[in-house]
Design a protein around this ligand. Sequence first.
Ligand SMILES: Nc1nc2c(ncn2[C@@H]2O[C@H](COP(=O)(O)OP(=O)(O)OP(=O)(O)O)[C@@H](O)[C@H]2O)c(=O)[nH]1
Ligand SMILES: [Mg+2]
Length: 409
Amino acid sequence: MPPPEKIIGIVGKTNVGKSTLFSAMTMVPVKIADHPFTTIEPNIGVTYLRKKCVHVELNLMGCNPRSGYCVKGYRFIPVKIIDVAGLIPGASKGRGLGNKFMDDLRQADVLIHVVDASGSTDLEGNKSKPGTNDPVEEAKLIILEINEWFKSVVLRVWSTKIARTIVTAQNPVDIIFQNLSGLSIKRRQVLDAINLAGLDNKHPKTWNQNDIENFAVKLREVSKPIIIAANKIDYPEAIDNVKKLIETFGEENIVPVSALAELILRKANQAGVIDYLPGDEEFRLKSPRETLPKDQAKVLELIERNVFKVFKTTGVQELLRKTIYDKLKLITVYPVEDENKYTDHYGNILPDAYLVEQGTTARELAYMVHTDLGNSFLYAIDAKRKRRIGESHVLEDDDVIKIVATKSK
Ligand SMILES: Nc1nc2c(ncn2[C@@H]2O[C@H](COP(=O)(O)OP(=O)(O)OP(=O)(O)O)[C@@H](O)[C@H]2O)c(=O)[nH]1
Ligand SMILES: [Mg+2]
């Protein structure tokens, strides 16, 4: 079985640009509008993480990805992403669309929290002048709502399922873990959350509501970490707000982005107007500026001046990179069948780029390629360094690995 698929959820206040970001990341056309509660049903799509392809380092002419694609030496690796309806403060008490729709995100492994860094929408998502609202306050209030949603799910499962069985349970952690499996959590994360909530020495059957809620919030933090996309950096008013967001939440938790700029550039690239690859630090006009419609020339100029000159990129690939490498703590490995040609048995060069968890061993990778390879694993070959590695060898980012087993695929 290939590595378990990771899912990114997009959350945030209504009307901040969640669907614009989703569309810019997936090129799926979705409803985008400048008023609250445009999205009702979730949008599901695939986005691609850009990464220098290992074929460049290996001096190969190119590669043949089975999924995703490779352009100009950059490998684009697929990741699933979901955009949902928007929240407003008080959603957990039923305000706005409430928070029940958040259940669409139970499967998410990480959350991208889109915040209006330009301060051009109020807490209810209504449009106002840029710079008139505080994104730090917005972010704090929305995180509270996300935690309230998670608490309500855990409390619901606790009262309907866990409470009864835990009284006589041999191993209460397993009971909690099994009953909350719909939240896409790991057993390890249940243990971490218990520890972080300071509940190690208190048997779960004696937990009161407060304990369960504390545990739920910690479980949210470890199982669905949040990265903040400080959106709309194309407004000059966003510059100071980005600084404030970084001061409050830390650099590691904030990525300045302009979802709209990314969407416009990708569409212009598709239309043949510019050359632009997601993650690029510039775009190139394909024909002289004077030949473009006036409005388009103006928009591109504004993106150049307000986004690229100030922030270097639109931030969307940086957001994905931080989400996948720093929050999900994944690395990329390339399984191959021929360690000299770096191919599968059809001769496809570097056909797969797996996103796997840090700490994955050679044998665990073998299981991901095929159960038979895992079961009959003998050893593996680090194809870049041409050396044998054992089953418990921990893989590194960009490793190219051949599995040797008694039963080949
Ligand atoms: N200037 C600017 N506007 C943006 C950006 N991203 C989104 N917008 C605008 O913000 C408005 C709302 O965008 P949506 O993507 O529909 O927002 P949403 O968060 O999905 O909204 P709901 O689904 O209603 O909760 C639209 O007018 C977008 O064009 C951005 O990066 N810069
Ligand atoms: Mg939307």
